[in-house]
Design a binder for this molecule. Structure first.
Ligand SMILES: [Zn+2]
Length: 260
């Protein structure tokens, strides 16, 4: 039995106990149920999606979706983070030369700490726009009781997609490889160990007969997909290179999605 909390602006309650708010992520861990609802906003942080960009060509009522996030200018992006209380510092060093607005996080984003689990500090650098997308996801993760995301990398200078040779989002700091999600009670989900239903080529966001941990991990990732925060999402269903992480990438200027 994994104990989980759903914490939001008005307090915390147990997930899987019938104490769901309407529209929240439903984990059903421990009771064997397979149904889930991934619609709605469990966070109450409407400000992300109604933020008004004062000097923008965007319309006044701006929707926090991946396509719009990718279109933010440097100033708009930094202004948005400031308005949300997300603290970053510029990272203007040579390894980040290919990143439009390179920054480093100086603390948690809406209660969720992002930590690189490897050794290279440059892998913790990211583009401002990725911070925005992660910020919206973080508010939702926090509402589900998550306080920590362990990642394998964000910026990887010069990174290319191995299958195509094209420049990877990691080279621009617009992608993150998520491996661990940890709850406030210390329970940790590891993509490598807990994403157990990984039939090659199967859609990642479907209902499967799988362990509660696998289902919960899937729900949390698919919530980001449902919120339309990233254009490219690659899970362990895709290939061996993604057996231990989920690749989440913001791709500015495109209308397509690549969800595997
Ligand atoms: Zn990746």
């Amino acid at each position: 039995m994994v104990c989980l909390l759903s914490c939001g602006p008005t307090g915390c309650g147990a997930l899987g106990s019938g104490n769901h708010r309407s529209g929240s992520i439903q984990s059903n861990v421990g009771n064997g149920a397979r149904s889930r609802t991934r619609r709605g906003d469990p966070t109450g942080l409407e400000s992300w999606s109604t933020f008004e960009i004062a000097s923008s060509a965007n319309t006044a009522s701006w929707r926090a979706r991946g396509h719009n996030i990718g279109a933010l200018t440097d100033d708009e992006c930094l202004q948005l983070l400031e308005s949300q209380g997300v603290s970053v510092v510029p990272f203007r060093e040579p390894p980040a030369a290919a990143v439009d607005t390179p920054v480093s996080l100086t603390g948690p984003i809406h209660g969720v700490e992002y930590q690189h689990v490897g050794r290279s500090a440059v892998h913790s650098v990211l583009d401002c726009r990725l911070v925005v997308a992660l910020g919206i996801w973080s508010a939702r993760l926090h509402a589900a009781g998550i306080e920590y995301v362990g990642h394998l990398s964000m910026l990887r200078p010069g990174a290319r997609v191995s299958s195509t040779g094209k420049t990877s989002g990691h080279a621009r700091g617009t992608a993150i490889d998520v491996r661990y999600l940890r709850f406030v009670d210390g329970t940790e989900l590891d993509v490598f160990r807990h994403w157990t239903e990984r039939t090659r080529g199967a859609p990642p966001c479907a209902n499967y007969d799988e362990t509660p941990e696998s289902s919960l991990l899937r729900n949390l990732v698919c919530d980001a997909i449902d919120q339309d925060l990233f254009q490219t999402v690659i899970t362990p269903h895709h290939d061996n290179r993604h057996q231990n992480h989920v690749h989440l990438e913001l791709v500015p200027g495109v209308d397509w999605k690549y969800i595997r």
